[in-house]
Design a protein around this ligand. Structure first.
Ligand SMILES: *Cc1c(COP(=O)(O)O)cnc(C)c1O
Length: 384
């Protein structure tokens, strides 16, 4: 095993960032291809920078965000947060009592870890399922959660979405929607309604997912709930700071639906190319992916590595040899080790898919040729 704990994950991430820095400094940003789908961005106009003061910034940009954010998310009021995880934590701190139940329905497990972790923090009982027929709302439930689109971009069925909301509202229980990528994926690619328009009381999206914004969370919903949650957000310092609010505002304004729709079509082409050599790639709405477990099935040489190790090593080969950024190399500890090639962001438009396919094939061949040599594998992940 190469990656054994969170410290190892921090170390590999530091190394990935050093490799990225080195590519930018020696070759230039054009030699990097961020295919994470989380490439984010920080669009600002120089004239806006001078307004980024502690109190002037929010006065101007939070106000502007109300209009633009409500248009994007629906609801009556929006609240910008440091991350989606911060919004989930604040909602649970505000609405969930100790020993009460929180039930969560999503298209496919696992849930984002911030949900069970926050429930644990307040001492609530947490239940989750991806089987609609098994979804029940027991007595003493304080919050119902729905994930619109999972971390691996599995999208919920809109009828099930509506039915869960109805079940909750029959019992007067508020509904929180984790719509991190779903706020765009569901609505643009699957023509579903905005979570708030479907009746959700609170919805949160990640402003760096499938849009050119900074890492942050944008919450929308019913004004009295947003206000109640905002109190906790401010008490614990979970709010987005003025520079992030500004970049969120500009990110939403620059969000381009056509890019998502184009990637929805192009992913079939990439999938067909990859399937000539591999059996285990899967389509996502805007790209392709291979889980660590499925990657292990592709390897025919014997080795002692874990499935996740294989994904980490492949992700580093892609980065070092071709400047292709995927989540396993750069992700935070605990992030999914699935290798996803997302075609929805700017860098992907400059890639020829035949060429990308060849780069993935040759990175895989390299992985296969070194798996039995653990020292060499460590070197790839931890040194640059
Ligand atoms: C990314 C993601 C989150 C968390 O977003 P952060 O910005 O990392 O806090 C939560 N839920 C889902 C479904 C996600 O995909």
């Amino acid at each position: 095993m190469i990656i054994n704990n969170s410290l190892d994950e921090v170390k590999k991430r530091e190394n990935a960032l050093s490799i990225i820095k080195n590519i930018v400094e020696t070759k230039g940003r054009n030699f990097l291809f961020d295919l994470t789908g989380l490439s984010g961005g920080f669009i600002v106009n120089p004239s806006e920078l001078s307004l980024l003061e502690t109190y002037v910034g929010p006065a101007i940009f939070e106000d502007a965000l109300q209009e633009v954010g409500i248009e994007h998310m629906g609801g009556e009021k929006v609240l910008p947060l440091n991350r989606t995880s911060s919004g989930i934590l604040a909602t649970i701190l505000s609405l969930v009592n100790e020993n009460s139940n929180v039930v969560h329905y999503l298209a496919k497990l696992p849930a984002h870890p911030s949900i069970p972790r926050s429930c644990k923090l307040v001492g609530a009982n947490y239940f989750e399922t991806d089987i609609f027929e098994e979804f029940k709302i027991p007595d003493n439930t304080s919050l119902v959660i729905i994930t619109g689109s999972t971390m691996d971009h599995q999208v919920i069925d809109e009828n099930e979405f509506k039915q869960v909301i109805e079940m909750a509202h029959e019992k007067n229980i508020p509904v929180l929607v984790d719509d991190a990528s779903g706020a765009r994926l569901r609505t643009v690619v699957y023509n579903q309604k905005k979570a708030c328009d479907l009746g959700a009381d609170i919805a949160i999206t990640s402003t760096d997912k499938l849009m050119p914004g900074p890492r942050g969370g944008l919450m929308a919903g019913r004004v009295e709930l947003i206000d109640q949650i905002k109190v906790k957000v401010n008490q614990f310092g979970l709010e987005a700071q003025p520079p992030v609010v500004l970049a969120m505002l500009n990110g939403i304004k620059n969000f381009n639906e056509d890019n998502l729709i184009k990637s929805f079509k192009r992913k079939d082409e990439l999938f067909d190319l990859l399937s000539q050599k591999f059996n285990n790639f899967e389509k996502t709405p805007t790209g392709v992916m291979i889980t660590a477990e499925k990657l292990a099935c592709e390897i025919s040489t014997s080795h002692n590595l874990s499935d996740n190790d294989l994904a980490f090593i492949l992700s580093f080969i892609l980065l070092k040899d071709y400047g292709i950024i995927t989540i396993p190399a750069v992700g935070m500890p605990g992030a999914s080790a699935t290798i996803r090639f997302d075609l929805s962001t700017t860098d992907a438009f400059n890639l020829n898919l035949n060429d990308l396919n060849k780069k993935i094939e040759s990175s895989f061949d390299k992985l296969q040729s070194i798996v039995s040599n653990e020292e060499k594998c460590k070197e790839i992940v931890f040194t640059f």
